[in-house]
Design a protein around this ligand. Structure first.
Ligand code: MN
Length: 196
């Protein structure tokens, strides 16, 4: 099978971002965003989604982590959208309920072509390491609209904020792996409209 690979570069006055994504990889990651905890999250995403992912970001961290994380979400979303191409043969829907110690997270995805984001995750600390917890929402919201995907999270059991964030990234990875995966019974685009 030919690997579905995309490569996106985005440069603004605030951030310079290069992402290479292989949806059919094995979980190899090279992540350098300048934000240690964010690197940890993206490594988990690649590893558990079995995606190969290279992320090189130079952001205006002298301001704060906001632009760097939001813009990385925009570019990752574009990379996903480009890599799935016409979505022929893929499952389209994916979901995962993922436990991480006391935390339980649900993630559900529809690669519908229509962006939507909803999450009820509420963090109780302002920062995890060098990441502002309010940027978790900015990241996933950006991914959802630039990938044109419907993305839902439900925090079924709250707990340690590190576990909550990490559970979201891992649940997202596994749900996306399912949604982008092939089902041999699906020979065209899984939609009554004929396209997504
Ligand atoms: Mn961790």
């Amino acid at each position: 099978m030919e690997h579905r690979i995309s490569q996106i570069e985005r440069v603004t006055k605030e951030t310079q971002i290069r992402i290479r994504l292989d949806l059919d990889g094995s979980g190899q990651a090279n992540i350098h965003t300048g934000i240690g905890f964010f690197d940890h999250m993206l490594n988990g995403f690649a590893r558990h989604g079995l995606f190969d992912l290279d992320v090189e970001v130079t952001g205006d961290l002298e301001v704060d982590c906001h632009h760097t994380i939001e813009d990385t979400g925009i570019v990752l979303g574009q990379a996903i959208r480009e890599a799935v191409k016409d979505k022929k043969g893929i499952r389209r829907y994916g979901s995962q309920i993922l436990p991480m110690d006391e935390v339980l997270v649900l993630c559900a995805i529809d690669l519908s072509g229509r962006p939507y984001y909803r999450s009820d995750a509420v963090f109780t600390v302002e920062r995890i390491g060098d990441l502002d917890t309010e940027t978790v929402r900015e990241f996933f919201y950006a991914v959802s609209y630039s990938a044109a995907m419907n993305l839902h999270f439900k925090m079924l059991s709250e707990g340690n904020n590190h576990h909550m964030a990490e559970g979201m990234f891992k649940a997202f990875a596994k749900a996306l792996d399912m949604a982008t995966g092939y089902d041999p019974r699906i020979t065209d685009v899984l939609s009554t409209k004929g396209s997504l």
